[in-house]
Every structure is written in C-alpha cells, then in structure tokens.
Design a protein around this ligand. Structure first.
Ligand code: PLP
Ligand code: COI
Length: 339
C-alpha cells in the first residue's frame, strides 16, 4: 500500500481485500467465513429492507508506535450490538462471534491498517441485518452478520479543529422511548433532512434537542455532546441518545485527570456558560465546537477563540488518542492487540 496517501484519507468507503460474514439460519449461527465480494444477495422481502431490522457498529483499529495493531474497546462494541439487536427484535450476535469476526477481518486486511503517525486508522463496520422474508410486520427468522473495514481519516474534515453546529427545532432525531439509544439505521434516516440542510447552510452538522420538550441538548449529529465548565465534564443524560463508547472513555479519563464528571440533562441556555464544548464518537473522535447557532431562535453561542481547540478538550484528545496509538499507558485495559 506504499502509494496510498494515508494522511489525506477521507472518512468514506474504501475497497479492501476481505469482509467476514456469519449467517443465522434454522436457529443457529454458522461458522465465520471470509469473503471478497462487496455485494450481498438477499430475498426481496428481507425485513432489513422493509421494516428496518438492522443494526450496525463502528470501531477502529490503530497501528501503534510499536508497530502493533490495537482495537479500541472491542468488548463494548460487542455488547452494544447485542443491545441494539434486542432493541429491534433481531437475533443478537454472540459477543464471542462479534469479537472473533473483528479480529479476523483486521488480520485479513492488515495491509490497510494505516501507518502510525498518519492520523488515519482502520474503521470497522459490523452490520447485522434481517434477511428472512416477511410481509407482515414481524421479526425475521434469518439474519446475516458481516464486518467490513475501510482505512479512514477524520469524520469532520477539519480533524481536531473546531467546527460550527446548528440547533434545529423543526426536526427530531429520536423519540424519548423510541430507538435513539440503539445503533440502528432508522435514527440516521431521521437525521438526514436536517443534517443535509445544516451542511448547505454552512455547518458541520446538527445539534438535536430532546424531542419532547425541546429544552435539552440530545445528540451532536453522529456523536455525543460534552461540555467543560470550570473543573467539570458535563454530558447529556437522555434516553434517546446512543451510549457512546468514546464518551464513556472520556468520562473515565476526565475523572482520572481530576475533573468532576456529570451526566444530566443539559438545557440549551446553559451553552452560554460553557467554556468548551465538543462532539465525541468513534468517527468524530473529539471534534471541538467553536460556535453553535440556534436556527429558529437565532441565538449564537461562541466558545473560546475561533478556530482554536480548548485546553481541556486538547488534553482529553491527547490522552485518548495516545492510548489508542500505544503512546500512553493503557491503564484501563481498553485495547485488544490483534496478533
Ligand atoms: N451518537 C451517534 C448517533 C453515533 O452514530 C455515534 C457513533 O458511533 C456516537 C454517538 C458515538 O458513539 P461511539 O463513541 O461509541 O462511537
Ligand atoms: C461512528 O462513530 O462509528 C459512527 O457510527 C458515526 C457515523 C459514521 C454513523
């Protein structure tokens, strides 16, 4: 892969050599198989096509400073995929099968793991879909689980540079007791109108509010939201957001750095009091935000110096990415070495 310009990779699809697949049929999971085909064939009545029976995951593998490949918090993604599968009544992928599939697909595509120091990583996309046909609204009896990988750069092309986000009040991402907490495609479908519009209006993405009261900050596009105020790391508690593994890790790092960590409802007006705010997620890593505009109320919130990441966000970013790249001691045991 000598000719690849790793440092300029976008966050997008990239053809690699293999994906891995397993099938649930007649009440049991098949063995994992390696596959070179990028396409899948399925019954036209498959429930993933009609009734949204699908869930996915996102995690990354990194080439460390020592040359080893590390996957970040693999077990947590395995657990969350079980949670999402149950959330839309799919056959869950056993955690062991999930982890084995991720290790295998990275190993098979080892040459696509970006070199250390390029800022790029290998993104894994595990996917579970209902493939059994149904015309009545009910769960499928057959499922396909697959994992493909793509070498990627940062999700927001600015990387670790602040972006601008837009609060919208004319679209909801997820209902309080809906599917927002599961990693299922429908949530992303529900976000598309608002997010395409926000990009056309010059913003990186949308900051969604809670659907019931429109008072509290919920989700930052494809990422969780966090704020720093004095010595405190604050992040929304909500039943309609994804339980971000990056955010969970940042809470642990923040506590370890001596910050107070608070999960609670975060009212929009509080933005005026925050010193630093940002989005966090596997793809977004930490993306600082330097301006938030409330589209309807026309309020503008600014954070720190324009274009400059805040001090605490920078420390968190360095510790998190340092652990992922094997530069900082993995004292929480978050990495799985792929051998
Ligand atoms: N929220 C949404 C809607 C996401 O799509 C993601 C990405 O996975 C996150 C939050 C961040 O979650 P994680 O840190 O587990 O990647
Ligand atoms: C991730 O961070 O893994 C995501 O899923 C974000 C997005 C690309 C959907």
């Amino acid at each position: 892969m000598e000719n690849l310009n790793w440092a300029e990779l976008p966050f997008g699809y990239f053809k690699t050599d293999y994906n891995v697949r397993a099938y649930f049929k007649n009440g049991k999971w098949s063995e994992l198989e390696a596959c070179t085909d990028e396409t899948i064939t399925m019954h036209m009545a498959a429930t993933c096509l009609h009734y949204g029976q699908q869930a996915f995951e996102g995690l990354k593998a990194f080439r460390g400073v020592d040359g080893k490949i590390r996957m970040f918090r693999l077990e947590e993604n395995a657990k969350r995929m079980v949670y999402s599968a149950n959330g839309v009544k799919m056959q869950p992928v056993p955690e062991d099968l999930f982890m084995e599939a991720c290790k295998k697909v990275v190993k098979l595509n080892e040459k696509f793991v970006p070199p250390h120091g390029t800022g790029a990583s290998l993104y894994l996309r595990p996917l579970l879909i209902g493939t059994g046909g149904q015309v009545g609204v009910k769960p499928a009896d057959e499922y396909t689980f697959m994992v493909f990988v793509c070498p990627v750069g940062p999700y927001f092309k600015t990387g670790f540079k602040p972006v601008k986000m837009q609060i919208v009040r004319d679209f909801d991402r997820a209902a309080p007791l809906g599917t927002g907490t599961y990693k299922v495609g429908g949530n992303y479908a529900a976000s598309l109108q608002a997010s395409v519009r926000s990009q056309a209006e010059g913003f990186a993405t949308v900051l969604f509010l809670d659907a019931k009261e429109k008072k509290y900050i919920d989700e930052a596009g494809p990422a969780n939201f966090f704020a720093i105020k004095g010595n405190e790391y604050i992040t929304p508690k909500s039943s309609s957001i994804l339980r971000s593994i990056t955010n969970m890790s940042l809470r642990e790092l923040a506590a370890d750095m001596g910050l107070k960590v608070t999960e609670r409802s975060v009212a929009v007006e509080e933005l005026a009091d925050f010193e630093e705010v940002g989005a966090c997620g596997t793809a977004a890593v930490i993306t600082p935000i330097d301006e938030i505009v409330d589209r309807e109320l026309k309020t503008v919130y600014k954070f720190g110096e324009e274009g400059v990441a805040g001090k605490v966000s920078t420390q968190l970013y360095e510790r998190l990415t340092g652990i992922q790249k094997g530069e900082v001691e993995d004292k929480f045991n978050w990495n799985t070495i792929v051998e």
